[in-house]
Write a protein that binds this ligand. Structure first.
Ligand code: LLP
Length: 439
């Protein structure tokens, strides 16, 4: 994957850097990002859109997938916009020096404090999710005597279940204004009437880890049928259509994502076709990939510890991390591939389970991984494709400190998040004062 190779000594090399050396220098568990692969993916999106002359577009990186100062700076350098979903993600973006005008603020329950932070930073737009937010954002803008550009998040009734898409008559989701029951019509009217809100367009997000273009196409068609009605009834012109993220990646050989270009081509084609058929002007097309920007570029390095062989049943290989640094197997039954980074040239001829170190039976990162027979305590193990929703969903369960994060490229490595210490873990703790233990 990406720049991964195997050295003469049989070690996995990423970005020209020996992973066994990385483990030695920075410790394990360690998140390693192949930045060349991140840039390649960003460029694939940009080139796919750039092929359409005169088309207005934005690619916003969905920072929930992996948000740290360094990754946001990298993404900014490559000209992407940014999707944030909380005050914390927004704060990180601002601290990274991300241009506020290219930040989009999502979320189904933004607090007043978060909205005020967004207004004061003068971010590009807010994706308004519900009536309560619409009302409060108008009031907050009025109080500050300023305007804010918004998109309305709608629920088009198309839901992606990884591989197939279903149309649901009535959408049961906490997000957005439903189209099929008049909610979205009402939201458009209210937004147009709100003196301090500038309604630029519509947003939808149909799901994640999507391997086909069909769901996007269906959702866009549904939205345009309403856009035509809104144009006629309320003279609302949809200047922006944001179709969200969800573009699939290859975690294992079971996954067959499409090339980035295929998704973009299908989206642009259906937008153009719908506009022509309905005599509407072509809106700017925005997307919000998270996983597909950073997912495949990330590898987690662990040190192998205890081995347990249950004859005739299974062999467990335990590593020094687990569900605290990658909750996805336990939470979503997500599948990953691994290899023994310190014996990458040996045949992976034994099937084992890779277990985490958390006190939970379910903390198994991979149920069936193939590792060399000789893999044992002290070896370095690499779990591939952990760049999205790994670090960002990490916890302190069992009081495990969060791992460090390094970027690698061209034979160089840089620490971008330092490893937490035990002191970091107790930094917020306050000693007990309420009860005297001597009474
Ligand atoms: N835009 C919106 C409005 C979203 O809700 C999401 C993801 C994205 C963009 C980015 O989706 P992506 O391109 O990364 O698939 N924690 C889960 C994924 C949750 C995604 C939530 N929303 C996981 O680990 O698979």
């Amino acid at each position: 994957r990406g720049t991964q190779t195997i050295s003469a000594s049989g070690h996995l090399v990423i970005g020209g850097v020996d992973t066994v050396e990385l483990a030695r220098e920075y410790g394990t568990p360690l998140y390693v990002y192949d930045t060349a692969l991140i840039k390649e993916r960003i460029n694939q999106y940009k080139e796919a859109f750039a092929a359409y002359n005169g088309m207005d577009w934005q690619v916003a990186y969905a920072s929930k997938a992996f948000s740290t100062i360094a990754i946001l700076q990298l993404v900014n350098e490559f000209g992407l916009s940014l999707d944030v979903v909380s005050g914390g993600e927004l704060y990180t973006a601002l601290k990274a020096g991300f241009p506020a005008g290219r930040i989009h603020f999502h979320g189904n329950n933004k607090s007043d404090d978060e909205l005020i932070l967004a207004l004061d930073a003068n971010i590009g737009n807010v994706i308004v999710d519900n009536f309560y937010e619409l009302e409060r954002l108008e009031d907050l803008c009025a109080a500050k005597g300023r305007e804010m550009e918004i998109l309305l998040r709608v629920t088009p009734g198309v839901e992606a279940h990884t591989h197939e898409f279903i149309m649901t008559g009535h959408d049961d989701t906490k997000f957005g204004f439903n189209l099929d029951n008049g909610m979205a019509d009402q939201a458009v009217q209210l937004a147009l009437k709100a003196p301090h809100l500038i309604l630029k367009g519509i947003h939808c997000h149909i799901g994640s880890q999507i391997f086909e273009t069909e769901g996007f196409v269906r959702a866009i068609r549904v939205i345009f049928s309403y856009a035509e009605k809104w144009k006629r009834s309320f003279d609302f012109s949809m200047q922006v259509l944001n179709v969200g993220g969800g573009f699939g990646i290859r975690y294992t050989e079971e996954d067959h994502p499409l090339p980035v270009k295929n998704y973009i081509d299908s989206i642009v084609a259906v937008v153009t076709e719908e506009c022509k058929a309905r005599a509407l002007s072509v809106p700017a097309v925005w997307i919000e990939p998270g996983r597909s920007i950073v997912g495949e570029s990330g590898t987690t390095l662990y040190t192998v510890g205890a081995l347990k062989d249950i004859p005739g049943i299974r062999k467990y290989v335990s590593v020094d991390g687990g569900m605290a640094d990658n909750i996805r197997p336990a939470l979503y039954q997500a599948h990953y591939e691994a290899l023994c980074a310190s014996r990458a040239n040996e045949p992976a001829d034994q099937s084992v389970a890779i277990a985490g170190k958390c006190c939970e039976n379910g903390d198994v990162l991979i149920k069936k991984a193939n590792l060399p027979e000789s893999c044992r305590a002290g070896d370095i193990l690499a779990v591939l494709c952990t760049g999205a929703y790994g670090y960002s969903m990490a916890s302190h369960y069992n009081r495990l400190p969060n791992p460090a994060v390094v970027f690698v490229e061209n034979g160089e490595s840089q620490l971008v998040v330092r490893r937490e210490s035990y002191d970091d873990l107790i930094r917020m703790d306050q000693p007990l004062k309420m009860f005297s233990s001597h009474e």
